[in-house]
Design a protein around this ligand. Structure first.
Ligand code: PHE
Length: 449
């Protein structure tokens, strides 16, 4: 076992661990994706299914990833090799690296958009545009051949810089500063939103249950969104887990991270929907919700300039800490498995990602040939990562730890060698072995039938 590797990086404190993991979890998924998924899938009913997915499936899978990572002290590929030296599980590790790559490709593009919108907000470009012009401006920008790519490349440099600074000095330190800041910004935005005239309409939409809206595709959307938002099902938290020290209570960490992540998603919706309803805008907007609808909202409320700058800054910061976790999955894999210097691995990964993010961005251009299965590769990557790779990835993690690793090892990790005790560990083990795999399979079977 590679248990004792004095040179391997470690997070420095418990707070640092939680902030780094929250940094990965809280991102575009919470502020850009969650609100539009909620808007399109019926509001509160979606929220309830989502909460259930986080509780019964998300927390167990997150904990399983942390256990695998800390026990093996290795990257996604190496961790399966360490824990199952004679098995074929490490091939799954390769699939996870590919998933990290696919997610990063479209994620970088949207992160780039958020930078353009920070720029537009700061230079006050929304204020003299009509709603139609705002919508046209977004379409023109996102389908442009050069501008989004420029911002995407800026983002790649930012993320690579953090990764190069290292696990503790880069990832941990930046998350410790940005996450609390982001929390303050989002609370301020919520207060603004719920104090607008007619805000109660939006709150009703968010918190009034309409169960007739729940069907199998809503359940799959909620499941995919939960896994995407918690950054689970593709080895990101296996990688972060490998940097966590022995004393950390992994169950506590998983619960804290999941609660904070869910809170941010709900707060983001509270910051958005009351404002949207207050202006009489249809909430069922897709991915353009934050980029078209919100500038509209900001321009019609007092102090809109400040709110728009704050909001898009929030979006960009949240995207940054998530992106570094995706890049870390690839970097750790390449540098450890191919014995390459970290610096070289970061350069290689960044160059490759710049290329695939460019393809994703160009695929949105009008009449672009970059289509697969009848959709732009950008849309395809978003779809397959949240609705296929991550739920299935989570299923395999549960099966691996629940059925192919010894119970003794799992409990040793959970209890930190016997020093922690709670009945919750038995519940976790049951969920991992039976509930998680069966529930995820059922969601898929239901969706396909
Ligand atoms: N959880 C991130 C978000 O909500 C996205 C992400 C997925 C990050 C997978 C890392 C790994 O935006």
């Amino acid at each position: 076992m590679k248990e004792n590797q004095p040179s391997r990086a470690r997070f420095g404190s418990k707070f640092g661990v939680v902030m780094a993991a929250v940094g990965s979890a809280v991102g575009l998924g919470n502020i850009w994706r969650f609100p539009y998924e909620l808007g399109m899938n019926g509001g509160f009913a979606f929220l309830l299914v989502y909460l259930l997915c986080v509780l019964a499936l998300g927390i167990p899978v997150m904990l399983a990833e942390l256990v695998i990572g800390r026990r093996s002290r290795s990257n996604v590929f190496g961790s399966f090799k360490v824990l199952s030296p004679n098995g074929k599980w490490h091939y799954l590790g390769v699939v996870y690296v590919v998933a990290a790559f696919i997610i990063s490709s479209f994620y970088f593009v949207v992160a780039g958009w958020s930078l353009e919108y920070v720029y537009q907000a700061v230079t006050d470009q929304f204020s003299n545009r009509s709603p139609l012009e705002l919508s046209q401006a977004f379409t023109d920008f996102s389908t442009d051949a050069l501008r989004p790519i420029f911002w995407t490349i800026v983002f790649v440099f930012l993320a690579a810089g953090v990764i190069l600074a290292g696990v503790r000095k880069g990832i941990e330190n930046i998350s410790k500063v940005l996450m609390p800041m982001l929390f303050v910004i989002i609370v301020v935005l919520c207060v603004r939103s719920v104090t607008l005239p007619n805000a109660t309409e939006g709150l009703k939409f968010l918190f009034y249950p309409d169960f007739s809206k729940i069907n199998s595709s809503v359940v799959l959307s909620a499941l995919g969104q939960a896994f995407f938002s918690l950054s689970i099902g593709m080895g990101c938290l296996i990688t972060y887990g490998s940097y966590i020290d022995k004393e950390n209570n992994l169950l506590g960490t998983s619960v804290e991270v999941s609660v904070l992540d869910t809170l941010v998603s709900v707060l983001a919706s509270v910051a958005i929907f009351p404002a949207v309803f207050s202006l009489g805008i249809n909430p069922a907007k897709g991915p353009e919700l934050v980029f078209i609808t919100l500038p509209n909202v900001f321009m019609q409320i007092p102090g809109g300039y400040v709110w728009s700058v704050l909001f898009f800054l929030l979006l960009a910061l949240a995207a940054l800490t998530s992106i570094i976790s995706l890049l870390e999955v690839i970097t750790a894999y390449v540098s450890e498995e191919f014995k390459i210097k970290r610096r070289t691995a970061v350069f290689m990964a960044s160059a490759l990602l710049m290329f695939s993010a460019t393809l994703c961005s160009l695929s949105l251009g009008e009449g672009s040939v970059l289509q697969l299965f009848g959709m732009p590769i950008f849309t395809l990557f978003d779809y397959v990562s949240a609705k296929i790779f991550m739920p299935l990835g989570g299923l395999f993690i549960a099966v691996f730890l629940g059925w192919f690793c010894s119970r003794k090892m799992v409990f040793d990790e959970l209890t930190n060698g016997g020093s922690l005790k709670t009945k919750a560990y038995d519940l976790f083990y049951f969920l991992l072995r039976y509930f998680v795999p069966i529930a995820i399979l059922m969601v898929f079977i239901n969706e396909l039938s």
